[in-house]
Design a protein around this ligand. Structure first.
Ligand code: ADP
Ligand code: ZN
Length: 434
C-alpha cells in the first residue's frame, strides 16, 4: 500500500475542505469556552457563529508565541487538568520556553501523524529506526519515538550526542533509518568515517535520513545525502502544533506536504498580515483541527515559507510548502539590508572545497558594522596560499552578489567551529547597537 491513511491523504479538495470546516467549527466551540479565547474573541469583536467557511477564518485574531508565554503554564488548557497526560516545551531557541499540553488523544493522533510521514518516505515495520535527537521536553525525541513504534519498526532511542556509540548502534543493530538535525547529520558522517564505516569504507544498512528541526538549504541536504549515502527527507514541525509530523517531504523530495486534515494552513505577509499568493514567501499560520488539550487558533509560527503551486505526482492532495527559509526573527539587518542565514548557506554549499559547518559573526569595528563568515575548509583541499586566497575572494564575491553587503570570509580547519548538540547556532551578534 502506498499510503498509511489513504482516505485522508488523498481526499479530494472539496471533501477535504468540508472535513476541515466541520472540525474548525467544533474546535471553535471548544476554545470559546476557555477564558483565553473567549476574551480574545470578545476583544476582536467576533462571534464564532460568523465563521461559516474556511476563508472566514481570517476574521479571527492571531495567536502568538507571546500569548503562550503570557499564559504559561496552564492558561491555555481546553480540558480539565486530569485529562492532561504530558507536557512538552519548545527548545527555547528564541527566548523563554513555551509549554504545550497533551491529552492521551493528542499523543495517539500525533504518533499516527508521525507514522504517516515515516511511511510516506518508504519506512515499514521491517526497518530499524534510530533517533539521534534529544529526548525530554524537546518534541523531536518522544515525537519520533512513538511514531516509529506505531509503524512497528525496531526503534533505537539513542538520543543526542556520543557519536561513537551512535555509530556502534548503526552497525550492531543494522539501523536502516535515522532521524537527526542537519548540523548533527554531517558530524555523524565524519565519525562514521573515522570508525571505518560509510561511503568509501565498510558499508552499513543506512538508507534513509529524516532531517529537520532547523533550517537547511538544498545544498546542505545534497551534501548530507552524499556523505552518508542516504536519501534525506525534510521534516518540519513545532511544539505548539504537536512537534514533528506537521509537514514532511514525500519521495518526490520537492516540497513538504502539510497535513491539512489536522491544520488549516495560511501563509501571510508578516507586515500586512494579508494572505500571499502561491509561490510568494510569507509567514506560516496554523490552526489546529484535532488538538484536544490545547487547540490553537491562527498561530503565527514566524516560520517563512511559500505554498508550492500544482499537484504532487505522489497523489496526496494536501498542499506542499517549500523548504523553510528560517524564522522572521532570524533575519539579520546589516547596514539596512535584510539578510537570512540560509542565503549565506546556499552560497557556501556550492563550494566543494568547504565543509558544512559555518558561523556568521556580526561586529562593530570603528563604528562600522561588519559581517564575518567563518567556514570549515575540507581537509583535502590545497595548502597553496594563493589558491586559498582566490577561493576566499570568489566566495566573497558571490556572497556580495546575493546579500548586497561584503562580508569577510575566513577559513577554519574541520572541527574548528563550535558544534552544538541541539540546534546549531549560526549567528553571533556582537554589534554595539542592534
Ligand atoms: P523552538 O522555537 O524553541 O526551536 P521547537 O523545538 O518547537 O521550538 O522547534 C520548532 C521550530 O524549529 C520551528 O518553528 C522552526 O523554526 C524550526 N524548524 C523545525 N523544523 C524545521 C525544518 N524542517 N526546517 C527549518 N526549520 C525548522
Ligand atoms: Zn507528494
Amino acid at each position: 500500500m502506498k499510503y498509511l491513511h489513504p482516505e485522508l491523504e488523498t481526499m479530494a479538495r472539496p471533501e477535504l475542505e468540508e472535513y476541515q470546516l466541520d472540525r474548525l467549527k467544533n474546535i471553535l466551540k471548544k476554545v470559546s469556552e476557555t477564558p483565553f479565547y473567549s476574551n480574545k474573541f470578545k476583544e476582536a469583536n467576533i462571534d464564532i457563529s460568523q465563521i461559516n467557511t474556511i476563508a472566514d477564518i481570517r476574521k479571527l485574531p492571531f495567536t502568538t508565541k507571546e500569548d503562550l508565554r503570557n499564559n504559561y503554564p496552564y492558561g491555555m488548557a481546553a480540558v480539565p487538568m486530569e485529562e492532561v497526560v504530558r507536557i512538552h516545551s519548545s527548545s527555547g531557541t528564541t527566548g523563554n520556553p513555551t509549554v504545550v499540553l497533551h491529552s492521551q488523544q493528542d499523543l495517539d493522533w500525533w504518533a499516527e501523524q508521525v507514522a504517516r510521514c515515516l511511511y510516506m518516505v518508504g519506512l515499514r515495520k521491517t526497518d530499524v529506526f534510530q533517533n539521534s535527537s534529544g529526548y525530554g521536553m524537546f518534541t523531536g525525541g518522544l515525537g519520533f519515538q512513538y511514531g516509529a513504534e506505531k509503524l512497528g519498526m525496531v526503534t533505537v532511542p539513542a538520543a543526542a550526542g556520543n557519536s561513537k556509540r551512535q555509530v556502534k548502534f548503526i552497525v550492531d543493530f543494522g539501523t536502516t533509518a535515522i532521524h537527526a538535525i542537519p548540523s548533527y547529520a554531517t558530524r555523524l558522517a565524519e565519525v562514521m568515517a573515522e570508525e571505518g564505516y560509510g561511503i568509501g569504507h565498510k558499508p552499513t544498512k543506512l538508507k534513509t535520513l529524516v532531517i529537520g528541526a532547523e533550517p537547511h538549504s538544498e545544498g546542505q541536504r545534497k551534501r548530507i545525502e552524499e556523505v552518508l549515502g542516504v536519501k534525506a527527507y525534510n521534516s518540519y514541525g513545532l511544539s505548539e502544533m504537536c512537534g514533528p509530523g506537521v509537514a514532511f517531504e514525500c519521495t518526490e523530495q520537492n516540497g513538504l506536504h502539510i497535513w491539512e486534515d489536522s491544520y488549516i494552513v495560511e501563509i501571510v505577509d508578516p507586515v500586512t498580515l494579508e494572505p500571499v499568493k502561491d509561490g510568494e514567501i510569507g509567514e506560516l499560520v496554523l490552526t489546529t483541527l484535532k488538538r484536544d488539550a490545547m487547540p490553537i487558533i491562527r498561530y503565527r509560527t514566524r516560520d517563512l515559507t511559500s505554498f508550492m503551486p500544482g499537484e504532487c505526482p505522489c497523489g496526496r492532495t494536501h498542499r506542499r510548502i517549500a523548504r523553510l527559509q528560517g524564522r522572521s526573527d532570524d533575519m539579520i539587518i546589516l547596514k539596512g539590508v535584510n539578510i537570512f542565514p540560509i542565503q549565506i548557506e546556499k552560497i557556501l554549499m556550492q563550494f566543494k572545497e568547504l565543509g558544512t559547518n559555518y558561523l556568521i559573526t556580526l561586529q562593530t569595528v570603528n563604528n562600522n558594522d561588519e559581517m564575518i563568515v567563518e567556514v570549515e575548509l575540507n581537509e583535502l583541499y590545497s595548502e597553496d596560499y594563493n589558491e586559498i586566497k582566490s577561493l576566499a575572494s570568489e566566495i566573497r564575491r558571490q556572497l556580495k552578489d546575493e546579500l548586497l553587503v561584503t562580508p569577510t570570509v575566513k577559513f577554519v580547519n574541520k572541527g574548528g567551529l563550535p558544534q552544538s548538540e541541539g540546534k546549531a547556532v549560526r549567528v553571533k551578534d556582537l554589534r554595539s547597537f542592534k
